[in-house]
Design a protein around this ligand. Structure first.
Ligand SMILES: *[C@@H]1O[C@H](CO)[C@@H](O)[C@H](O)[C@H]1NC(C)=O
Ligand SMILES: *[C@@H]1O[C@H](CO)[C@@H](O)[C@H](O)[C@H]1NC(C)=O
Ligand SMILES: *[C@@H]1O[C@H](CO)[C@@H](O)[C@H](O)[C@H]1NC(C)=O
Ligand SMILES: *[C@@H]1O[C@H](CO)[C@@H](O)[C@H](O)[C@H]1NC(C)=O
Ligand SMILES: *[C@@H]1O[C@H](CO)[C@@H](O)[C@H](O)[C@H]1NC(C)=O
Ligand SMILES: *[C@@H]1O[C@H](CO)[C@@H](O)[C@H](O)[C@H]1NC(C)=O
Ligand SMILES: *[C@@H]1O[C@H](CO)[C@@H](O)[C@H](O)[C@H]1NC(C)=O
Ligand SMILES: *[C@@H]1O[C@H](CO)[C@@H](O)[C@H](O)[C@H]1NC(C)=O
Ligand SMILES: *[C@@H]1O[C@H](CO)[C@@H](O)[C@H](O)[C@H]1NC(C)=O
Ligand SMILES: *[C@@H]1O[C@H](CO)[C@@H](O)[C@H](O)[C@H]1NC(C)=O
Ligand SMILES: *[C@@H]1O[C@H](CO)[C@@H](O)[C@H](O)[C@H]1NC(C)=O
Length: 695
């Protein structure tokens, strides 16, 4: 046992293990002209494509992306929801990196450690996401842990988002002049405008998205909201929707025609916002004609925010199911870990500061440091930032500042997000997933803690905060670095609603934070360190020289893992079969996770996400006794009217079936062992399944 522990330490302290493969991408980021809404405009393309290509990797792969900036302004690419363990050097946000100047390139390199699911990348500077530059990230499960249901026959990425015919520089100018953006001009689905479902509302000759399917097959949809700030409803005409966490979508349909796929704004007056509707087409190979008639009606939630809030609150882990679950500070009982610090972060509507329109969190409208925070630390640059972000809102004059949070390594912090703005907001944290333990309307007080879910909350990197309400999250600060904490609504983010958490290990020995990469860019106070020619420096791959002994150890360990995994898998599959029989449909994901290198001694853990009443295998190799399983949550019999919240604007809960009883769906939220966090209902992406059709 002790030997095993030692081997684990040996394995996990290696920078990256020799057998983790690499994937390489070249991203040429440039402008192209397209007319998604019938008006020609310059959008940001990657390798000539809008949206950009799918970044396809598998759990634990090393991802290398050489980003070439062919725009006329600075660029940084961020990987939303990817945890970048120990490696905030690759986060692609201005507090962590120097910008990539026009006509230069930067090679990002990171490992997608213990993650699985759907995420997306986007340019983080200068409001650029409003002009595109985004694309999906798919992290597949490893082959040794197959999913306990048939591989889908097709896999579709669906990027939805609000869209303006003004480009990002024009939108920036609007905000800079002190105005709000106003209503978007439309909603794009995979970069394309609406299908002409109504000849008055939609101009002719607009290119629309068509998704081709065959009857009786299984497909997987990965839905992301990549838009600016509009919360969207996502629905497919005539189909029941089954929301799953990981995968699975069956279509068993004798198609009579094509069907509408609709993404429309929520929490708004539909008749006023009619133009803000994305319409694509689901085309069956046996379809007998085009989609016609009015669009399927959304569920109206404009006056029913209470019921909307009940959805995210209903998404829980199933703690009685066996299997591994997240393990902050060596305990999965996150509810019994003592909170070490509390931050109450209040968001207010924009105000004028020094004559400029700005938005604040706790009275601070964030200004990015000239020198990235950890780089400033490393080179002892003084005054690059201030560690004085207030713990609570005070009624002081709002100001622009470089205040960040002095967070304590291995602390367990409680953050209360109080939304005093008038719009629903999404908050996101890079490098982490947090437990969403509470959510309510009104003002948070100490006594609100009594309503916390201390038992089966789900873990995610993005959460919604309703206007006039609060959301409480708990974060276990085990990932060293400097991590962006922001409002995802792009306009508010641009106006200053962000900060950073700086987390340093006082006993840093090179194991809890990686050194900056060899190609690190310098700027600000460190500008003189920047080499002239960017394209000459060699790429730094950290894994070239793994020692033979280490390789042997890794091989042995992998064998042990495989045997264990096999038993576990067998169990999972038999349980899955049981679940299918019992439940009619099963939604399950299965994944293997190794705990964090920083908490050695926790062996690989296997967990599965399944539908209600489905247990999962527990497969811990060397975990402490007493730890039980992770699991799933769900909201059955709900329509997934929602979608895709993504790490971006909005977040959409599942709305109960009321008006359309023929649409039925199921939601499953999952939280996983170790660092393995899939996307979940509200976070980065949603995968959706359509079950039978009852036309
Ligand atoms: C954005 O739009 C403005 C005015 O509409 C135009 O002057 C500018 O060239 C455009 N910029 C890009 C990058 O397309
Ligand atoms: C992603 O990569 C896997 C192998 O790593 C491959 O099987 C799969 O087809 C790829 N998917 C896409 C969309 O390229
Ligand atoms: C720019 O690209 C070249 C390869 O084309 C690569 O060798 C170099 O490391 C890249 N520059 C940076 C700063 O990553
Ligand atoms: C198209 O939209 C217009 C304007 O909203 C509406 O008056 C008309 O009835 C719609 N046409 C059809 C065929 O639905
Ligand atoms: C589809 O059509 C076939 C033959 O017409 C029929 O046997 C089957 O039951 C139909 N399936 C559905 C779901 O309606
Ligand atoms: C939506 O807006 C229209 C047009 O302004 C108005 O007539 C209608 O009453 C509004 N509907 C609701 C539910 O407020
Ligand atoms: C939490 O704090 C209480 C009292 O402050 C203490 O008794 C308890 O041992 C602490 N629990 C842990 C897990 O540290
Ligand atoms: C930051 O927090 C640490 C304790 O975690 C403390 O020692 C340090 O003084 C703080 N720094 C500032 C500037 O407040
Ligand atoms: C914002 O706060 C003020 C005072 O605390 C309160 O009157 C107002 O209703 C709040 N607005 C929202 C949208 O929360
Ligand atoms: C949680 O899992 C247990 C054990 O499999 C099961 O009995 C229970 O019904 C599940 N609870 C929910 C809410 O799915
Ligand atoms: C789903 O809802 C329908 C109608 O509200 C109801 O008849 C059915 O029993 C429900 N199914 C489940 C599994 O709760």
């Amino acid at each position: 046992m002790a030997l095993l522990l030692l081997l684990h330490i040996a394995l996990f302290s290696a920078l990256c293990s020799a057998d983790d493969p690499y994937v390489f991408y070249d991203f040429k980021v440039s402008y192209i002209t397209v007319s998604p809404l019938g008006v020609p405009q310059q959008v940001i393309a990657i390798n000539g494509a809008f949206p950009g290509p799918v970044l396809n990797a598998t759990t634990n792969y090393n991802v290398v992306v050489n980003v070439h900036n062919q725009l006329d302004e600075n660029l940084l690419m961020t990987w939303s929801g990817i945890q970048l363990r120990r490696n905030s050097w690759q986060d692609g946000v201005r507090g962590a990196n120097c910008p990539i100047h026009p006509k230069t390139n930067f090679t990002y390199q990171f490992q997608v450690k213990d993650q699985i699911g759907s995420f997306f990348y986007f340019p983080s500077l200068n409001f650029q996401r409003a002009s595109g530059g985004f694309g999906a990230i798919v992290i597949n499960n490893r082959k040794i842990i197959s999913i306990p249901f048939a591989e889908p026959d097709g896999d579709f990425v669906v990027l939805i988002g609000d869209w303006y015919t003004k480009n990002h520089t024009a939108l920036r100018a609007t905000l800079d002049s002190g105005e709000e953006l106003g209503m978007p001009d439309g909603v794009l689905i995979n970069g394309k405008g609406p299908y002409r479902y109504n000849s008055t509302l939609v101009p002719d000759a607009i290119e629309y998205e068509t998704i081709h399917v065959h009857p009786g097959k299984t497909y997987r949809f990965r839905v992301h909201n990549v838009g600016i700030s509009t919360s969207l409803n996502f629905r497919i005409e005539g189909h029941n929707l089954l929301l799953v966490e990981t995968e699975g979508l069956t279509m068993d349909q004798n198609a009579t025609k094509d069907y509408y796929i609709v993404a429309s704004a929520r929490y708004v007056n539909e008749s006023v916002w009619r133009r803000v509707t994305g319409v694509a087409v689901l085309h069956y190979s046996n379809s007998k004609g085009p989609a016609t008639g009015p669009l399927p009606v959304p569920l109206s939630d404009v006056y029913n925010q209470w019921s909307a809030m009940n959805q995210p609150r209903a998404i829980r882990q199933n703690t009685t199911a066996s299997g591994a679950r997240p393990n902050p500070q060596g305990s999965f009982h996150y509810g019994s870990i003592n909170v070490t610090e509390t931050y109450v972060i209040r968001s207010l509507p924009p105000v004028r500061i020094n004559g400029k329109l700005r938005a604040t969190l706790n009275g601070i409208s964030f200004v990015n440091p000239d020198t990235p925070i950890r780089l400033a630390d490393l080179h002892h640059v003084k005054g690059a930032y201030k560690l004085d972000f207030p713990h609570k809102p005070h009624d002081t004059t709002p100001k622009m500042d470089r205040s960040i949070i002095n967070a304590t390594y291995r602390g367990f912090v409680e953050v209360i997000l109080q939304n005093n703005d008038t719009k629903i907001q999404s908050f996101h944290m890079d490098g982490y997933a947090f437990y969403v333990v509470g959510m309510d309307f009104g003002l948070w007080t100490e006594s609100s803690r009594s309503s916390y879910n201390k038992w089966d909350a789900i873990s995610r990197s993005t959460t919604e905060v309703y206007p006039g309400g609060w959301t409480a999250v708990l974060i276990s600060l085990d990932n060293v670095g400097v991590w962006n904490f922001r409002v995802e609504n792009l306009d508010r983010w641009y106006l200053g609603q962000e900060t950073y958490m700086r987390i340093v290990n006082p006993e840093e020995n090179g194991k809890t934070e990686l050194a900056p990469p060899d190609n690190v860019l310098y700027c600000g106070a460190l500008k003189s360190l920047q080499k002239e020619s960017l394209s000459s420096s060699a790429m730094a791959l950290h894994c070239g020289n793994s020692k033979p002994l280490l390789t042997l150890i890794i091989t042995i360990l992998n064998q042990i893992k495989k045997i264990h995994t096999l038993q576990c898998l067998t169990m999972a599959v038999s349980q899955a079969v049981y679940a299918i029989v019992m439940q009619m449909f099963l939604v399950a994901g299965l994944c293997l996770s190794q705990d964090d290198p920083m908490t050695p001694g926790q062996g690989p853990t296997v967990s599965a996400a399944a539908l209600a009443c489905t247990t999962v295998c527990s497969g811990r190799l060397s975990s402490p006794p007493g730890s039980s399983g992770s699991q799933v949550s769900l909201a059955t019999n709900h329509t997934y009217s929602a979608a895709a919240a993504s790490a971006s604007p909005m977040v959409n809960p599942i709305v109960p079936v009321a008006s359309r009883p023929n649409i039925m769906g199921l939601g499953v939220g999952r939280s996983n062992a170790g660092r393995l966090k899939t996307h979940d209902l509200l976070a980065v992406a949603v995968i959706m399944a359509l079950v039978l059709c009852f036309l």
